[in-house]
Design a protein around this ligand. Structure first.
Ligand code: MN
Length: 204
């Protein structure tokens, strides 16, 4: 069964003015679609890999043959990361998390503002392309970042970090360049306005 591009869960203009419609259209319809298409191409003809759910596939890259491991890592990661990202964004969202997640963020990072500053620093500090993540790892919250389309589900040996992603923010230039140009820090500040903390709490 081929992997499929999931539809955006809201209209492409829904996250305006924080993330513009043109960026959403190109990001979803072209970039995300290319990851899906190239993942399907990479695993075509390998019945065992074709039958694996995406999360199992990228969580066990060691079992992927050498000659396609790179494309599966990049495009499988790209497909998973973007599918995840669309779901934790929403219009009329933002604010601060409450409940158990809000408490865990406060007890781990000191305050929500301290958490935000540390998360933004992880995104700004990622040289080139990648992602900033909030993960639950061994019962604790951690902020990590990955290069390219790696993610914490790939494990420490591959991605340099591990844990269950709760929140992930794309810091590739394609995620922000049309509106924010080189100002990744401004994009990261704006993204807080469209984070759906109910969706993030469901991942917790
Ligand atoms: Mn992206």
């Amino acid at each position: 069964m081929a992997h499929e591009l999931p539809p955006l869960p809201y209209p492409k203009e829904a996250l305006e003015p924080h993330i513009d419609a043109m960026t959403m259209e190109i990001h979803h319809d072209r970039h995300h679609k290319a990851y899906v298409d190239n993942l399907n191409k990479a695993i075509a003809g390998n019945a065992a890999l074709e039958g694996k759910p995406l999360e199992a596939l990228i969580g066990d890259l060691a079992s992927v043959p050498d000659n396609i491991r790179g494309p599966v890592r990049n495009n499988g990661g790209g497909h998973w990361n973007h599918s995840f990202f669309w779901k934790i964004l929403a219009p009329k969202a933002g604010g601060a998390p409450s409940g158990k997640l809000g408490d865990a963020i406060k007890s781990t990072f000191g305050s929500f503002a301290d958490f935000q500053a540390k998360f933004e620093a992880a995104g700004i500090g990622r040289f080139g392309s990648g992602w900033a993540w909030l993960v639950s790892h061994g019962g604790k919250l951690e902020i990590v970042s990955t290069a390219n389309q790696d993610n914490p589900l790939m494990g420490k040996a591959v991605a340099g970090c591990e844990g269950k992603p709760l929140l992930g923010v794309d810091v590739w230039e394609h995620a922000y360049y049309l509106k924010y140009q080189n100002k990744r820090a401004d994009y990261l500040k704006a993204v807080w306005n469209v984070i759906d903390w109910n969706a993030v709490a469901k991942n917790f």
